[in-house]
Design a protein around this ligand. Structure first.
Ligand SMILES: Cc1cc2nc3c(=O)[nH]c(=O)nc-3n(C[C@H](O)[C@H](O)[C@H](O)COP(=O)(O)O)c2cc1C
Ligand code: SF4
Ligand code: SF4
Length: 268
């Protein structure tokens, strides 16, 4: 049976890692969590992968929802990969905990550093530096991660060093309740042409165009796909993102992120 590798991704880092793992493992299928989380998650396979980005040292909110839809079966070999820019904290430990609550077990957890995409804090790093991250990630997947998974090895759940890891748990009570309405900081400047791409890439259908301008519905998961994929760089978050270089993985294409075919005149 094929190994499903479930991924969540706003800008392609996790999608790329999931694809590389699938290539290395063979007979694997890369599946979007944004799409899978809409119904019951089929966990019939013996080996299952979960790849996600770290947000504020935590798992993305959508992961909690996704895991709640998995069926209990402690016999599965589940591996997790978190991608992060600087500090991943205890996000994989959090994944292990959520799986345990569902009667599932995380057998291996790997943290991979990738270019950051949190534009409120920084712009995209130069391409040469991005390549260093991609090459290091590829090497690790080929030499260490894929072989461990192939052999079904129990591998330590990677985490940031103490005391940085504790930030995950310090932020946890704040992050999840605040995330849905953080979208009130998004706005579109005068370059918005009403193309509707922000609406189409949103994994949780949180954007509507009203009179040709995006508005946010407060069920955001903070993936930043809307801001990063806006073709005119009109989309801003707070005061600091204007003029900052946008980021997406160079091998990711817009089509990979289209979650909704909703037309650009839709409103509700
Ligand atoms: C809302 C948000 C919060 C983030 N928080 C962190 C963080 O706490 N630590 C970190 O190292 N990277 C953080 N990042 C960076 C992402 O984890 C990283 O760039 C990831 O590889 C993006 O994956 P993607 O391209 O698949 O979306 C954050 C990104 C976003 C959008
Ligand atoms: S993607 Fe950008 S230009 Fe297109 S509707 Fe959204 S904000 Fe406007
Ligand atoms: S509104 Fe933007 S940041 Fe929020 S979930 Fe949708 S695409 Fe992601």
């Amino acid at each position: 049976m094929k190994t499903p590798i479930y991924y969540f991704s706003g800008t392609g880092n996790c999608l790329k890692i999931a694809r590389e793992l699938a290539d290395e493992l063979g007979d694997a299928e890369v599946i979007s969590i944004a799409k899978a989380a809409k119904s019951k998650v089929d966990v019939a396979a013996e080996r299952i992968g979960i790849v996600f980005p770290v947000y504020a040292l935590n798992m993305p909110a959508i992961l909690f929802d996704f895991i709640s839809k998995m069926e209990a079966d402690a016999s599965k070999y589940i591996f997790g990969v978190m991608t992060y820019a600087d500090v991943g904290g205890d996000a994989l430990i959090q994944l292990a905990r959520e799986l345990r609550r569902k009667g599932l077990k995380l057998s291996a957890g790997f943290g991979i550093r990738m270019p950051g995409n949190y534009t409120p804090f920084y712009g995209a790093i130069p391409v040469e530096k991005q390549l260093l991250f991609f090459n290091a990630a590829h090497k690790r997947i080929v030499e260490e991660i894929a072989p461990a998974i192939r052999e079904g090895r129990i591998h330590k759940i990677e985490r940031s060093k103490f005391p940085l890891n504790l930030l995950t748990w310090a932020l946890y009570p704040l992050v999840l309740p605040m995330t849905p309405s953080e979208d009130k900081k998004f706005w579109a400047d005068e370059r918005c042409n009403g193309c509707g791409i922000c609406q189409k890439v949103c994994p949780v259908d949180n954007i509507r165009l009203q009179d040709g301008r995006p508005s946010w519905k407060h069920r955001c998961v903070q993936c930043f796909a809307c801001l990063q994929w806006c073709p005119t760089q009109a989309l801003q978050f707070g005061k600091s993102t204007k003029g900052r270089k946008r980021y997406h993985h160079p091998e990711a294409v817009l089509q990979d992120f289209i979650n909704s075919e909703r037309g650009n005149s839709a409103a509700d």
